[in-house]
Design a protein around this ligand. Structure first.
Ligand code: 13P
Ligand code: SF4
Length: 341
């Protein structure tokens, strides 16, 4: 390292900002005994410096088990809150506390209490994309990786309130065949904007491509319809969590007959991990404007500030955390996550 720096002359004393940033981030993380977790939708610089990159389920499991004193959560606020619920004795930092989620905002605890009153005895299954207050009113949480297994763990005769994502709910109802599953009409503005006509046009233009579709997408139903109609071969349509997409990408790259082109229907940050996992496969976004402005609030500068100043600390009131913990712990015990780096 020293020889390289010396041979670079003037650059030796002025390393490029990227390298200086990386060094400072790693050094501060070491000093704080911090683990850096990044969701698959983060910007590439954040994904590349993180200790682990993964989907919501995988990152929750790491938060619950890790030995570090501090967790720096590069994702959105409900993810950091979930980490704090699972690891109450650790310091949890989020580089920008304004990083919210339109889906989590689509139901609050009061609305959920009113819904529960209409269905006494129903089991409440909340997607992890919810506030801690909503989780405190929940029997079991799920992520897109394990939603089907979570619902299947509930006795078939018991009614289920599934919230807040209507597209994931429709997918779970279809997959479980459960008529007694009631679905809240919430949506993620990014995924709802990836629609069936965009998907149909792109699938027609790339008949050999596989389709990886996140179940929060507005086009998930259309994709299965296209498959049902024979417009797209059914074995090429995959409804997957972000971690599931990575596992599928690795599997397709490893098969001689695997797809060499994949259309991806989810937030565009996902493309970075997919391209790293399977460099020989061409991944294309179904909608290249499907970018989550909340995820993108976690900038390299915000991460550095978080580590320098120990901000912004995520807290959850003790009574809420206690009531939410059981639902989140049940979630991390069920199902496989699709993959984590
Ligand atoms: P997963 O990573 O669990 O698939 O979640 C996607 C998402 O939208 C997170 O906000
Ligand atoms: Fe929330 Fe949608 Fe952004 Fe995911 S992509 S964090 S569900 S707003």
């Amino acid at each position: 390292m020293a020889a390289t720096a010396a041979s670079q002359g003037a650059h030796a004393s002025h390393p490029e900002p990227d390298r200086a940033w990386r060094q400072e981030v790693r050094e501060l993380a070491r000093q704080r005994d911090a683990i850096l977790l990044a969701h698959n939708y983060q910007v590439p610089e954040i994904q590349d410096i993180a200790d682990h990159v993964g989907d919501s389920l995988a990152l929750s499991r790491i938060a619950a088990d890790c030995a570090a004193r501090t967790i720096v959560f590069c994702g959105v606020h409900f993810m950091a809150e979930t980490a704090k619920i699972l690891a109450p004795d650790k310091t949890v930092l989020i580089p920008d506390a304004r990083a919210g989620c339109s889906l989590a905002d689509s139901i609050d605890a009061e609305q959920l209490r009113a819904w529960k009153a209409e269905y006494p005895g129903a089991a409440v299954v909340s997607y992890v994309n919810t506030t801690a207050e909503v989780k405190a009113e929940t029997d079991i949480c799920c992520t897109s990786s394990n939603a089907i297994e979570v619902v299947n763990s509930i006795p078939p005769e018991q009614e289920v309130l599934f919230l807040p994502d209507q597209f994931l709910g429709a997918h779970v109802r279809r997959a479980t065949g459960r008529a007694n599953l009631h679905v809240w009409a919430g949506e993620c503005h990014v995924h709802a904007g990836i629609n069936g006509s965009q998907l149909a046009a792109q699938a027609a233009a790339a008949p050999e491509a596989e389709l990886y579709i996140h179940p929060e997408c507005g086009c998930a139903t259309s994709a299965l319809y296209l498959a049902g109609e024979g417009a797209v071969p059914a074995d090429r349509v995959r409804i997957l969590s972000t971690g599931g997409m990575l596992a599928a990408a690795r599997a397709t790259a490893a098969r001689a007959t695997g797809a060499r082109e994949v259309l991806v229907a989810t937030e565009v940050g996902m493309l970075h991990q997919l391209r790293r996992a399977a460099p020989g496969v061409e991944f294309r976004a179904v909608n290249d404007r499907a970018s989550c402005r909340y995820m993108k609030m976690i900038t390299p500068a915000a991460l550095l500030r978080a580590l320098r100043e120990g901000v912004e600390e995520v807290t959850v009131p003790t009574d809420i955390a206690q009531r939410a913990r059981g639902a989140v712990q049940r979630m991390i015990k069920i199902g496989q996550s699709g993959g984590v780096e």
